[in-house]
Ligand binder design. Structure first.
Ligand SMILES: C[S@@+](CC[C@H](N)C(=O)[O-])C[C@H]1O[C@@H](n2cnc3c(N)ncnc32)[C@H](O)[C@@H]1O
Length: 378
């Protein structure tokens, strides 16, 4: 019932999956185990929406109401992807469905279960019409990543991001994806460094960098509400003294040029490397967003370059996998900022990517990430 309610709000109100779920779970009184199961069902059904629709649409003669649609998706997800036994998947879903819709939901889910022959393995090949349906992504996402990464790597990346993301916790208790921790490692903050984090909220990387003894970190962000998240994270981790918060637009830097040893621009991006942890993102990103964000990233990177002192380091990172938002930004810097000399890319699990590095989600089960490091020569 909680899972269905969450799906309903996500689909009908356009609510964010994580926010809806957190609220509903808090009010639900469910124990830890049931919460984890509901979370997996809601995120999984949201991610695999397109594939689930294909599985049920074979047995529908009319488009269902949104309510029926969500129940059918939830049931199909359990049958095909969550390994829930057929009688439980169908029975529980029907029981959670409002009465008028039960007959149809029951009939269709039974057909899905029968087509699967009681064998979840069969869900792997129900005769998918194409890879985008099988992997449950919009066509443009697959096409764009296939063009940028090569088809095999794109398919493997999307398949990896259909699994729930691994939860990694830092030694200070902060939950941060492994790829983000590797970006922090690549910045390589040393004691005494003056560090600027141009786009810092919610503060995952900024707090990790501020944890290096004797380093002073300026955490900037254009969004005041999000900057508040950096403040509360810094307080909770006892890092308020090492971390200075600045509300600032990276396009118009208010700080003195050449005043930082290390500058990190972890830029706003399409997020296509985080499709596992942000279950509804694939349905939200618009195709035009990639090129719009790439233009913003080029300008932000160009504006960040003068903040680095001669001899200092600029690090550019994005949690996406498109060429425009990674190689395209580097091309721009190569032309406009010849004073920035690329450093050797970090080693495994990173792979070389132009003058920088890429971390594919299938390599380590982390977010997908691109990274470029430069030393300012003059
Ligand atoms: C990928 S997130 C940063 C994540 C953060 N570095 C971390 O590790 O927790 C990108 C951030 O860029 C901020 N942003 C977007 N446009 C900006 C601009 N023009 N100047 C500064 N920050 C900006 C957004 O508010 C968002 O918080």
């Amino acid at each position: 019932v909680v899972a269905l309610e969450a799906l309903d709000r996500i689909e009908s109100e356009g609510a964010y999956a994580n926010l809806v779920l957190r609220r509903l779970l808090t009010d639900s009184g469910l124990d830890e185990r049931d919460r984890a199961f509901v979370t997996e069902l809601v995120y999984g059904t949201t991610r695999m929406r397109r594939a689930c629709d294909f599985l049920v649409d074979r047995f529908l003669s009319h488009p269902p109401s949104l309510l029926m649609r969500n129940a059918l998706r939830l049931g199909a997800y359990q049958l095909a992807f969550a390994g829930v036994p057929a009688h439980a998947a169908v029975g529980e879903t029907v029981a959670a469905t409002p009465r008028p819709a039960r007959g149809l939901v029951n009939a269709v889910l039974r057909k899905v279960a029968t087509a699967q022959g009681g064998n979840p393995e069969n869900a792997a090949s129900p005769g998918w019409p194409d890879d985008a349906t099988r992997l449950s992504v919009p066509d443009w996402v697959l096409e764009r990543l296939a063009a940028d990464l090569g088809r095999d790597r794109a398919l493997a990346a999307l398949a990896a991001m259909n699994e729930p993301g691994a939860v990694t916790v830092r030694t200070d208790g902060y939950v941060q994806d492994a790829a983000s921790q590797l970006v922090v490692d690549a910045v390589g903050v040393e004691p005494g460094d003056r560090v600027l984090d141009v786009a810092a909220a919610p503060g995952g990387k900024a707090t990790a960098m501020a944890d290096v003894g004797g380093a002073r970190v300026i955490a900037a962000d254009v969004n005041p509400r999000r900057l508040g998240l950096v403040r509360s994270n810094a307080r909770r981790l006892g890092l308020s003294d090492q971390l200075t918060l600045v509300g600032a637009d990276g396009l118009h830097p208010p700080w003195r040029p050449a005043s930082f040893d290390r500058v990190l621009l972890d830029a706003p991006c399409s997020g296509l490397g985080t499709l596992h942890s942000r279950a509804d993102l694939r349905w939200r990103v618009e195709p035009a967003a990639v090129d719009r964000l790439a233009a913003l990233q080029r300008t932000l990177a160009g504006a960040a370059a003068p903040s680095v002192r001669p001899g200092g380091l600029l690090v550019y990172s994005v949690c996406t996998l498109t060429a425009a938002e990674s190689l395209g930004v580097d091309d721009h810097l190569a032309v406009e900022h010849p004073e920035l000399v690329p450093l050797d890319p970090p080693g495994e699990p990173w792979e070389p990517w132009g003058r920088g590095a890429i971390l594919l989600p299938q390599t380590a089960g982390s977010d997908g990430m691109c990274l470029f490091r430069y030393r300012r020569t003059v």
